[in-house]
Write a protein that binds this ligand. Sequence first.
Ligand code: SF4
Length: 207
Amino acid sequence: MEVFENPAPGDGAEEKIKQLRGKALALGATDAAVVPGQSIVVDESLAEKCSNPKCINYGLSKSCPPNVGGPEEMRKMLEKFSRALFFKIEVPSEVLFSGQGREVFQLLHETAAGIEQAAVKMGFSGARAYAGNSCKKLFCRDYAECNVLAGDGKCRNPQRARPSMSGFGINVAGLCEAAGWNMKGTEYKNGSETIKMSSVCGLVLIC
Ligand code: SF4
């Protein structure tokens, strides 16, 4: 098993994780919570939702099933991590389900990737970020194929795109519960108007 040289408690790890949370908020997250590794639950039935019924993005990128290791790989990965930073980006539901939804999911990937990069710079060398939705649809929709699968093997967007949590069967609802967030969405009043809000979530394994 690969061994990561993460900062040990006493090396300022707690302060660094606090800084990572600040980084998440600065990048665009509405909120971010440090969650223990045990709160990351992996479920085969959630990963199967990608294939049954088959998602329109199934198999189109290196970051989606069947081209990822799925729940089995994630369980092995989680043995190496005792905690993670879970974050959400909250937007009006009508924005998420409109033509702007793509930009929201791009921001989700970029935020996840940015936290991961910051974590690596801080010494969490094995940090791994996960987002949601297909990077093919979000970043490579103008190309016929994913460059990793059908080109020279290099991702066109290594600084931006990250794998989707769903392909690994990660229970996002359980993570929201661990973070103390309401998954059903929130509402707020803007004058006489009630605005419904929805969230998209990302996860960065940090140690
Ligand atoms: S090349 Fe495009 S589709 Fe393939 S993994 Fe990278 S971002 Fe995703």
